[in-house]
Design a protein. Structure first.
Length: 422
C-alpha cells in the first residue's frame, strides 16, 4: 500500500486519506518527521512578512521590497548588531519571493529581478554569516499572495529547497481544494522534506486552516510539524496581540500539553520595534511569548530599531525563559477583572511568572499575590528567590512560603518574574 502510494501521482495522493497502515509503514521505513532532531527549543530568527509584506516595488522602494538585498542586509545586521549572539539564527523569507511561473523542469524559481543571484547564492551567503535560511511555500494551488503553490509538486519542491541549502520551510495553507488535501499535503511535505536528508525545520499553519472545519488533532500535527500556527496573522497593533493572547487562554487546555522539544505552538511573529505597540505593550508581547514557549521570529526593520526595542528583544534572561530546555509551555492560571497571572515551569525546579495588567486606563496597578499560590504551590516551598526580569531587572530577594509579593503593573503592561526554589 505504502509503496503504491509513493508511486502514485501526487495529485491523487492528495485526494486519498493516508491510511494509518501506510503511515506505520512509512515510519518503519525510517521516515519520522517529528524526530528530525530540530527545534528542540523554540526557533529564533527573523521573518519578513509583518513588516515588509508583499512589497514588489523595487523601483520605488528599493529598501523595502522583497529582494535578496533586503535579506543580505538583515543577515549582516543579525551578526553585527548582536542578534545572532542573542540566539536569533534563522533568517526567513515569507511569501512573494517567487517568480510567477515554475521553470521548464517544474521547479519553483525566485523572481529574477528581485533575486538575481538566486536562493542558493543567498543561502550560501546566509550560511557564511553563521546563520540559517528559511523559505516559504504553500500546500495548495497558490500561495496566499497568488504565487505558485506546491500542490502536486511536494517532492520536487522539497528537493529544490534542500538543493538550495534551505534550513526551514514555512508552509502556508491557502488555496487548498479540500480539507483532505490540506491535511495530506501537510503530512506529505513533512515526509518529502525528510526524504531529502537535509535538516529542515518544518513550520506549519495546518491547525489554523483546519479549525473552521474541524478540531485539529494535535497528536497528528506534532508528529509532522516542528511548529504550527493556530490563530490569525499578527498585526502591528495592540488589538492583534490581545486577540492572540485571548485565543490562547481560551484554548490552552487543548494546546499547552502538546508543546515540547521539537513541537511548538506558534502565536506568530514578534512585532516589537515597529509602530503599533507602546513600550508596555511590547514588554507584554516579549514576556508572554517567553511564557508560551513561542518561536521568536521578529518581523521588524533591523536597520532602524530603537535601542529600547533592541534591548528588549535581546534580553538574555527573557530569552533564557523562552529557550528553557524543559520545553514546557506556560499557561494562564488566574484571571481576575484586572490581572491575568501566567506561569511556566522551567528546568531545575524554577518557574517563570507573568503578571499582566488588563487595564488600559489609570496608572500602575498595585497587585499583591501569595507566593504560595505560584508554581502549583511548589515554586516557593519552603522559599524562593524572586527576580523581576521585566519591565526591568530587579532582584527582589528571598520569599518564604507564607509571604505575599507586592508589585505594580503598568496599564497593558506585564511584570515578568523568575522564581528559583530555595
Ligand atoms: C498567510 C500567513 C501569513 C503570511 C501570508 C503571506 O496570511 O498566515 O503569515 O505568510 O499568508 O501571504
Amino acid at each position: 500500500m505504502a509503496l503504491k502510494l509513493l508511486s502514485l501521482d501526487m495529485r491523487l495522493v492528495c485526494e486519498l486519506e493516508l491510511s494509518p497502515l501506510a503511515l506505520v509503514f512509512w515510519s518503519i521505513l525510517g521516515v519520522r518527521a517529528l524526530n528530525n532532531g530540530l527545534a528542540r527549543t523554540p526557533t529564533m530568527g527573523w521573518l519578513h512578512w509583518e513588516r515588509f509584506m508583499c512589497n514588489l516595488d523595487c523601483q520605488e522602494e528599493p529598501d523595502a521590497c522583497i529582494s535578496e538585498q533586503l535579506f543580505m542586509q538583515m543577515a549582516e545586521l543579525m551578526v553585527s548588531d548582536g542578534w545572532k549572539d542573542a540566539g536569533y539564527e534563522y533568517l526567513c523569507i515569507d511569501d512573494c519571493w517567487m517568480a510567477p511561473q515554475r521553470d521548464s523542469k517544474g521547479r519553483l524559481q525566485a523572481d529574477p529581478q528581485r533575486f538575481p543571484s538566486g536562493i542558493k547564492h543567498l543561502a550560501n551567503y546566509v550560511h557564511s554569516k553563521g546563520l540559517k535560511l528559511g523559505i516559504y511555500a504553500d500546500v495548495g494551488n497558490k500561495t496566499c499572495a497568488g504565487f505558485p503553490g506546491s500542490f502536486g509538486s511536494y517532492d520536487i519542491d522539497a528537493q529544490t529547497f534542500a538543493d538550495w541549502g534551505v534550513d526551514l520551510l514555512k508552509f502556508d495553507g491557502c488555496h487548498c481544494d479540500s480539507i483532505v488535501s490540506l491535511e495530506n499535503g501537510y503530512r506529505y511535505m513533512s515526509l518529502a522534506l525528510n526524504k531529502t536528508g537535509r535538516s529542515i525545520v518544518y513550520s506549519c499553519e495546518w491547525p489554523l486552516y483546519l479549525r473552521p472545519f474541524h478540531k485539529p488533532n494535535y497528536t497528528d500535527i506534532q508528529y509532522y510539524c516542528n511548529h504550527w500556527r493556530n490563530f490569525d496573522d499578527v498585526y502591528d497593533s495592540w488589538e492583534s496581540i490581545k486577540s492572540i493572547l485571548a485565543w490562547t487562554v481560551i484554548n490552552q487546555k487543548e494546546i499547552v500539553e502538546v508543546a515540547g522539544p521539537g513541537s511548538w505552538n506558534d502565536p506568530d511573529m514578534l512585532v516589537i520595534g515597529n509602530f503599533g505597540l507602546s513600550w508596555d505593550q511590547q514588554v507584554t508581547q516579549m514576556a508572554l511569548w517567553a511564557i508560551m514557549a513561542a518561536p521568536l521570529l521578529m518581523s521588524n526593520d533591523l536597520r532602524q530599531i530603537s535601542s529600547q526595542a533592541k534591548a528588549l528583544l535581546q534580553n538574555e534572561d527573557v530569552i533564557a525563559i523562552n529557550q528553557d530546555p524543559l520545553g514546557k509551555q506556560g499557561y494562564c492560571f488566574r484571571k481576575e477583572k484586572q490581572v491575568e497571572v501566567w506561569e511556566r515551569p522551567l528546568s531545575n525546579l524554577a518557574w517563570a511568572v507573568a503578571l499582566r495588567n488588563l487595564q488600559e486606563v489609570g496608572g500602575p496597578y498595585p497587585y499583591t499575590i501569595q507566593v504560595s499560590s505560584l508554581g502549583r504551590g511548589l515554586a516557593c516551598n519552603p522559599g524562593c528567590i524572586i527576580t523581576q526580569l521585566l519591565p526591568e531587572k530587579v532582584h527582589l530577594g528571598f520569599y518564604e512560603w507564607t509571604l505575599t509579593l507586592k508589585t505594580r503593573i503598568n496599564p497593558s503592561g506585564t511584570v515578568l518574574l523568575r522564581l528559583e526554589r530555595f
